[in-house]
Design a protein around this ligand. Structure first.
Ligand code: PLP
Length: 422
């Protein structure tokens, strides 16, 4: 008897599958370069770790409130108010402030869950009735689609174009909204392309969103501090359009920017009724996030962003530059310089047409599997992000490994091209 039902039809995470294959090869003794996972390769700050040890020693080892520790909810509300609603400058800022409504996040507008992923899942469960359409500009993180389906919504991919830097244009958004939608999910900086909306781009999308008053907006900001052109976080929809806050869910986590992926702490800021519903969902499924993890994040919030900014504008910027130079030098591969996040999005369409007749490369998954098998280089196929013909390559690894990765990639495609000519 088959025990599993609807959920068994869910696709497995391609990123996790490639990572598991890479681990298996490594266990068999191969020198695998692993460019699959989207996380910083530096460790959690010692002070945050110490706060967790202290919390455990002090007995914070029991159930916690489902919505999160009150002091963490307050700290997250204060931080969001400071980041999103104060200090608007320039033309876009003036335009935004003329629309400013009296909206300020309070602790009741915050819910804490097990990483951004579970918080997004709770938000989609709270937002969707069965069959409701949720727009997802693609390429995008593959879990959105899976989570929308788990919430019994209908995921509607909205393709973006390379000519527009994989950003959704206002007219494309208007066309997509014409068939109706319950919600739309934005992710800027984007996984996998790094595309990061500027304030004026947000302003033109906001003008279209104002035409569809019933559409909820989900902003997944997990990479918001991994941007290279400015010192602060990435520009935000709510800075350009604070009037949209009453129908926006802002999701973020300690995972990426605080190098705390394993601590499983994420949060959402949203109007009170949605937070209530999400808290109930969390209470009936997860119960709560461990108190010591929340304590660690509370401490990490007090540390400030200076060390992170130095890392992003020093080491990470240099890694991005090296990765981009190396891969764009490979003849036939096309790759834009990412504005944010941790990835190169490499167009390998030309190579898919090649490959020997006995072993043709039909899609990005076959490309990624052969690259792993022949060169011990692990990357994620574009199909995982809803767009064929691309690979996602994580560049948050030491530069000598990235150079070696590019060398392996070059030798793989050279072989492919020569066998394709035979
Ligand atoms: C765009 C995006 N959102 C959310 C997440 C999940 O973050 P967390 O580890 O906090 O659940 C990821 C993780 O890769 C991601 O890429």
């Amino acid at each position: 008897m088959k025990l599993s039902k609807r959920v068994s039809a869910l696709p497995a995470s391609g990123t996790m599958a490639m990572t598991a294959l890479a681990a298996r090869l490594r266990a068999a003794g191969r020198d695998v370069i692993q460019l699959t996972v989207g996380e910083p390769d530096w460790d959690t700050d010692e002070r945050a770790k110490r706060a967790a040890y202290d919390a455990i020693r002090d007995g914070q080892t029991k159930y916690q409130p489902s919505a999160g520790l009150p002091e963490l909810r307050r700290a997250l509300a204060d931080r969001a108010n400071a980041e999103l609603f104060s200090g608007l400058r320039g033309t876009a800022g003036r335009a935004a402030s003329s629309r400013r409504i009296d909206f300020e996040y309070k602790p009741e507008n915050v819910v804490v869950g097990a990483g951004a992923k579970f918080v997004l899942y709770a938000a989609l469960q709270a937002l969707c009735d069965p069959g409701e359409r949720v727009l997802v500009p693609v390429p995008s993180w593959g879990s959105y689609r899976a989570m929308i389906e788990l919430a019994q919504g209908l995921a509607v991919p909205v393709p973006t174009r390379p000519e527009n830097g994989f950003k959704l244009a206002a007219d494309e958004l208007r066309a997509a909204l014409r068939s109706g939608a319950r919600a739309i999910v934005f992710n800027s900086p984007n996984n996998p392309t790094g595309a990061t909306y500027a304030l004026d781009e947000w302003a033109s999308l906001a003008a279209v969103l104002r035409e569809s008053e019933d559409v909820a907006i989900v902003c997944d900001d997990v990479y918001h501090r991994f941007v290279f052109d400015a010192s602060g976080p990435a520009p935000h929809l709510l800075q350009a359009a604070p009037d949209l806050a009453p129908r926006t869910v802002v999701v973020n986590a300690a995972s990426k920017t605080m190098a705390m992926t394993g601590w499983r702490v994420g949060w959402a800021l949203a109007p009170g009724d949605l937070i209530e519903a999400m808290s109930r969902f969390i209470g009936q499924s997860l119960t709560c996030v461990p108190g010591f993890s929340q304590r660690a994040v509370l401490e990490a919030l007090t540390i400030g962003d200076q060390a992170l900014n130095e890392r992003v504008h020093g080491e990470l910027a240099s890694r991005r530059e090296t990765a981009w130079r190396e891969f764009q030098a490979v003849s036939g591969a096309r790759v834009g310089k990412p504005e944010g996040a941790l990835f190169l999005w490499v167009d390998v369409m030309d190579f898919l047409k090649r490959g020997s007749s006995d072993r043709p490369l039909r899609n990005s998954m076959e490309f990624a599997l052969r690259l792993l098998e022949e060169e011990a280089l692990a990357v994620v196929p574009g199909s995982e992000f809803g767009m064929e013909g691309y690979l996602r390559i994580t560049y948050s690894v030491p530069e000598d490994r990235m150079r070696e990765a590019a060398r392996r990639f070059r030798s793989f495609v050279a072989r492919l091209c020569s066998s394709g000519r035979q």
